[in-house]
Design a protein around this ligand. Sequence first.
Ligand code: SAM
Ligand code: DTB
Ligand code: SF4
Length: 327
Amino acid sequence: MSSILVSNNSALRHDWQLNEVKALFNQPFNDLLFQAQTVHRAHFDPNEVQISSLLSIKTGSCSEDCGYCPQSARYDTELTPEALMPIDDVLKSSQMAKDQGATRFCMGAAWRSPKDKDVARVVEMVQGVKAMGMETCVTLGMLTDEQTQTLKEGGLDYYNHNLDTSEDYYSEVITTRTYQDRLDTLARVRDAGINVCCGGIVGMGENDDDRANLLIELANLPKHPESVPINMLVQVEGTPLMGSEELEPFMFIRMIAVARLLMPQSRVRLSAGRNDMSDEMQALCFFAGANSIFYGDKLLTTDNPMTNRDLALFERLGVRSAGSSYA
Ligand code: SAM
Ligand code: DTB
Ligand code: SF4
């Protein structure tokens, strides 16, 4: 076993260095997975997975140039743009998600940043979803202090805003907003007392250092994000990142394991990309410490595994839903 084994009892760290994290990544696969599963068991029930459902409440026509995203107005992607959804439709969708077993409902909007009147409508959605007994999460782009406060006062539980990749690789992927813009929004959300959901995407052509540095950025935030979505790039025809070299599957599993080691108390979410993963690959991700998924036939605009496939996988693995803190 490697001498850099992360102690189960160690205090949460916020001072990770690149050489240490690369050493974690580069261990033999079995050592890394054993270590990650050991840390996982010290903090969570290893047979429970938290279930979130996603809904795109405003789709496409986005001003930004995120190279992975089918919703940017700059790329020709066969996506039909849709204005902000009426609240009743959102609530129908969240009721369906609840009936299918989701405990958190995440609403995503294709905005660089919302207008104040949009935030007011989103707050109504949040309140309607909470009244059903589900946790709420929204991802609306960059926020002002006032908007963040409005969301907090409206009862929002989580705000999702991803760093996406390392600071070094970031400008290869997005040019219309900076890494610092993202950090600023994350700080506002944290300071307002809203739980932070923040992760990134792999499989965008980044290198080993970029993957390690993304996890370091997340772990070295003043507080670890409560939820850490690790997305495998979903390649969409028409986006600049279509045709990126596919990430070696074991590297994806290593990414999950190192996220677990660096942020032992966070929910690490096996996020986009599951539709192209085998059941065995997903099982290894759960073993490596993933304990949350996006559930439901669609992510925002792309396909996710059908719910019956996920339920069958849970059954075969003896995995249960982690339940909601509101249930
Ligand atoms: N527009 C808002 C923003 O960018 O902050 C919120 C929605 S945006 C779609 C949320 C996140 O989805 C992105 O930050 C990115 O991490 C993820 N995402 C978007 N397209 C993806 C893709 N093709 N594959 C994997 N993840 C993707
Ligand atoms: C996150 O990290 N992944 C989700 C959610 N947060 C908003 C989005 C994945 C989007 C995948 C591409 C799509 O369906 O449009
Ligand atoms: Fe717009 Fe968000 Fe897509 Fe970027 S990731 S293009 S900001 S919807």
